[in-house]
Design a protein around this ligand. Sequence first.
Ligand SMILES: Cc1cc2nc3c(=O)[nH]c(=O)nc-3n(C[C@H](O)[C@H](O)[C@H](O)COP(=O)(O)OP(=O)(O)OC[C@H]3O[C@@H](n4cnc5c(N)ncnc54)[C@H](O)[C@@H]3O)c2cc1C
Length: 492
Amino acid sequence: MNKNVLIVGTGLGGLSTGLRLAKRGYHVEFVEKNNQAGGRLNQLKKDGFTFDIGPSFFSMPYEFEELMKDCNTDMPFEFVELDPLYTVNFRGSDRKFSLYKDIDKLSEQFVDIEPDFKNKFKAYLKKCEQLYNDTVDIAIKQNFDSIPAYVKALMGVNPVHLPVLLKNFWKQVNCYFESKEARQIISLIAFFLGRTPFDTNAIYTLLSHIEFSHTGYYNVKGGMYAIVTGLVKELEKSGAVFHYNTEITDYTANNGKLTGLTDQNGKKWEADIFVINADAALFRGIVFKRKKYSPAKLAKMDWTMGYLTFYVGLDTKIEQIEHHNYFLGNNYEEYAKDVMKNPGTLEKPYYYVNAVSKSNPDCAPEGCESLFFVCPVPNLQFKKEWSDKEEIIRSIIDDFSDRIKQDISKHIISLSAYTPEEWQNRFNLYSGAGLGLSHAMLQIGAFRPKNYDEEFFNTFYVGASTIPGAGLPMAVISSKLVVERICRYQFN
Ligand SMILES: Cc1cc2nc3c(=O)[nH]c(=O)nc-3n(C[C@H](O)[C@H](O)[C@H](O)COP(=O)(O)OP(=O)(O)OC[C@H]3O[C@@H](n4cnc5c(N)ncnc54)[C@H](O)[C@@H]3O)c2cc1C
């Protein structure tokens, strides 16, 4: 008889796990707190505009290819390589850096700034590649049954990398480059992990290899949400069933086995196997009421920054920007050291702008542009009050208008915003931390909340908050790892 699986949450981790299991003959049902699938990989449609609300690009597309191969399914969406990867603008300068993967095109932009940039960059990337090759299979693509097994696997990593482990991202980049522009641009990727180059271990410079020489970044034709619609369609074809507006708040268990989950209306959901795609630490704490994840213990864990995101529909086109654009200030070190905790940084915020309608014209009415702004901010642990959000948004819009030399404020015909409060309340993210638990060394691998439950043998976890970590390709890898565990599991 086919086994019934209940998946709590329809983030990318939940959807990819569901597809892998459905294709293996399991009967899959989803319960999701929101009224549509996707989790943080979601979409907002408003006033004739379509916005991706969170992720706007991804790396390692082969993880999606592996997922489809594993499910014997054609890729249900089409991805498009980004070139340039993105642009970087500094406050007070008209110069725009376009980050090309082509090393000659990239180096041309540093000719008068960083002597011998090309050779320095090659040397830096060579080290990043070695770090990637020597750690990816050990630290990212494996299930670990215990901390000693994990530590033993880490001991297999080439010891030549040890000095890197003792540095932060910023220090490692500084070993190769002298100019502030090169240092800042190359260390920017640490922000993609939800922390800063100053509190991210140098091992993560392996991301520069992924960014510039391994796969680069990709968008999806029609917008990022096409990933979700494609997966949901495949799941429905395989018989999976979705229940929206259903939030799990309680449970019943017997003899080390989870027997049911209860939603906000008191309805009980039963299954043979449960997969939790909600945050693996928070769910253990709030729903399973585990001591290890009590409110006091959760507060002591290391969480990523929050995001103030806002979605702007304009009745005009903007020619001056590319698809992905970073707007930095001129106090990078001071800013980065403060941004996680000090709301004062919002007086002169750094931000990212995504113009989704540039490559997906259907996302805006004709002659219009849909823009998505992301501003790194302290999460709710460090800034509880967001009544000043309109003021902050206005200052970013003014700064952006100044820098592109076009006043967009009079062209705004649609505006929506999510502060960390909305991110917390919509998706159950702890303190609105955008990427959830950080990748501090004691929160990765076997130290991260496990992808199997400590008490209920029929309960598993998938997604950014368990192994391997945050980001879309990691959510897909996470589904592979958890399915490996579920298939190993013997039913009682
Ligand atoms: C602003 C922003 C920008 C980002 N940009 C990028 C990017 O460009 N590229 C990239 O690779 N990554 C990016 N990320 C990270 C990426 O979005 C996440 O790592 C990934 O989407 C996480 O997927 P997931 O499956 O782990 O969980 P989630 O997407 O968080 O899904 C979990 C689901 O569980 C549901 N849920 C929670 N609790 C319950 C409950 N009790 N009952 C029922 N349902 C519940 C939630 O509503 C949600 O739908 C970004 C994140 C943010 C916030």
